[in-house]
Design a protein around this ligand. Structure first.
Ligand code: ZN
Length: 426
């Protein structure tokens, strides 16, 4: 889900509504368990779990305590879909008697594919082979009206979604072996529910221990996509699919980075923050968490003193991508190099992005905060649905980020290098 379809100030009344929605969403997004759509292939872990906690990267593998909802910690807790190798995405199109599918169900499918598969191939440097599969190439008619399920923004799993998943399984079961898939995409006919400009219903139930079973496996990681994210800017054909990679980010264990105030914490630097508007990538932290970066591509800055680290553009495969400066066992600063390339279409000030990661902060409550090198500048983008103020947040050669209290300085050097100084051990 994401709360802010347009670049406009949210009224206090709407803000209150969003806050309560966030609270409800936590209850449904987070019950991390061991259920998978396909447990046989999904238990390998979502991230770089092969790294030992005693390795050189141990201090950078920050974790949250067990109560945190969808923690940014590494490794990702069990229960989510594996995020490397071949992942089979069962994709079904559903409609209702009071919202009949308009036209060919395959046209609905084509709003999201092959773009979503390509987005993951690009972002993962080919490490995630995302295979959408549609064993039922037609609208699957639900036995009840849309209204009868009581689906609203922030609706919990019980009772509406439980009934809906139960009915989807019953209707699809003759044609579908649920054991063969790693995650479930439900592409709802876009005329069910309000327009996405009014309210966004799209939601994911990830690591859901309460999920019903089908063919002996729990339907624990499922994304539902509703009305079209069409902002009227004319870019829907190129950008409208991006709600699905966002929702699938949840099935891989990633939290929401937008908050009740909107995208002001991370801006357009991660699709888990803003999935409207021009294409954008994931933060390097998320790529490490998902297993798309090797340990050799991550510098862990723990030692006292000054050290230089090279960086290569995040959008390009290979080379060093992330420097992490741990503050304690639960948080730290991340440093990466962003340019306009690959999935990053909206970058208007290429440079070094610096942000704080807190593994102890719940999804939707600001687990990541980007530091703005040019505060109150208004930003460098005028692209629709791109958070403007943070668009020029990057640090360029000669600029430094300083945390005096913790004795940490990150200085950007020419030719894609950063110099990290610590006055105390991390
Ligand atoms: Zn979300």
């Amino acid at each position: 889900m994401q709360p802010q379809p347009r670049r406009r100030r949210i009224s206090p009344r709407r803000l209150a509504a969003l806050a309560s929605v966030a609270a409800l969403t936590l209850a449904v997004c987070t019950s991390a368990g061991n259920g998978h759509l396909s447990p046989g292939t999904s238990t390998a872990g979502a991230g770089p779990s092969a790294l030992s906690r005693t390795s050189a990267h141990g201090p950078c593998m920050i974790t949250g305590d067990g109560e945190v909802q969808m923690s940014e910690g590494i490794p990702t807790t069990p229960g989510y879909t594996r995020s490397t190798g071949t992942v089979r995405a069962l994709t079904l199109m559903i409609d209702f008697s009071d919202a009949p599918g308009d036209g060919d169900a395959l046209d609905r499918y084509r709003e999201f594919f092959p773009q979503t598969r390509e987005w993951f191939t690009t972002s993962s440097y080919g490490r995630l082979d995302y295979r959408p599969e549609l064993p039922v190439p037609d609208w699957l008619r639900m036995p009840k009206s849309f209204r009868a399920y009581g689906i609203e923004r922030g609706a919990p799993f019980d009772p509406g979604y439980r009934e809906l998943v139960h009915d989807i399984v019953a209707e699809a079961d003759p044609d579908v072996d649920f054991q063969s898939y790693d995650l479930l995409n439900i592409l709802v006919t876009p005329n069910a529910g309000p327009a996405a400009l009014d309210t966004v219903l799209s939601v994911t139930f990830a690591g859901n221990k309460e999920a019903p079973s089908a063919d002996g496996v729990a339907v624990a990681n499922a994304s539902f996509v509703y009305s079209r994210q069409d902002d009227g800017s004319g870019s829907y054909d190129r950008t409208g699919y991006r709600v699905l990679p966002h929702e699938n980010g949840h099935v891989f264990g990633l939290p929401d980075l937008y908050t009740a105030e909107g995208g002001g914490a991370v801006g357009h630097w991660d699709i888990m923050s803003e999935d409207w508007g021009a294409n954008n990538d994931l933060l390097a932290w998320h790529k490490w968490k998902l297993g798309w970066l090797d340990a050799s591509q991550v510098g862990c800055a723990t030692g006292k003193g000054t050290r230089e680290y090279p960086l290569t553009p995040l959008a390009r495969a290979g080379g060093p991508k992330l420097v992490f400066i741990p503050l304690n066992a639960h948080s730290g600063y991340a440093v990466e190099l962003r340019t306009r390339a690959g999935n990053d279409e909206a970058v208007c000030r290429p440079g070094v992005l610096i942000y704080r990661v807190d593994a102890d902060v719940d999804t939707g409550m600001g687990p990541i905060t980007v530091y703005d090198s040019t505060r109150d500048s208004g930003g460098c983008t005028r692209a629709p649905n791109v958070h403007a103020e943070l668009s020029d947040a990057t640090f360029t050669p000669g600029q430094s980020f300083v945390d005096r209290r913790k004795g940490i300085r990150v200085k950007v050097l020419p030719t894609h290098r950063v110099e990290v100084t610590r006055t105390s051990q991390g």
